[in-house]
Design a protein around this ligand. Structure first.
Ligand SMILES: [Zn+2]
Length: 108
């Protein structure tokens, strides 16, 4: 349950500086914008939390990017989960993160 503000509109921003970004307008009049990268890096699913908690790879090691990491990240879709959360599907195929409204509000 949340008693905080609710989203009244979710739209894609057309600002070329933040390709693929979305904006949420809240019931209290506040607007938050999110880049796909910000949301992806904040993904609350168990796997991503584990990855973020892991110690960073030794710097001498080169990072090998997977093909899906080379394409610009986008938000493929958002679906309501219950009344107080959204599942976000990213263009890299990752969609297991459930973002509560409180969490989205905090990130924005
Ligand atoms: Zn995740």
């Amino acid at each position: 349950m949340t008693t905080g503000p609710l989203p009244v509109a979710i739209r894609r921003l057309s600002d070329p500086r933040t390709p693929g970004a979305i904006e949420i307008e809240w019931s209290d009049g506040h607007c938050s914008s999110y880049s796909p990268r910000l949301l992806r890096d904040a993904c609350p699913c168990a796997r991503c939390r584990e990855t973020r908690a892991a110690p960073p790879a030794p710097t001498a090691m080169l990072t090998v990017l997977r093909p899906e990491e080379l394409a610009p990240l986008g938000i493929a879709g958002m679906r309501p989960v219950g009344q107080y959360a959204y599942g976000i599907e990213f263009s890299d195929g990752h969609s297991s993160g459930i973002y509560t409204l409180d969490y989205l509000r905090e990130l924005g």
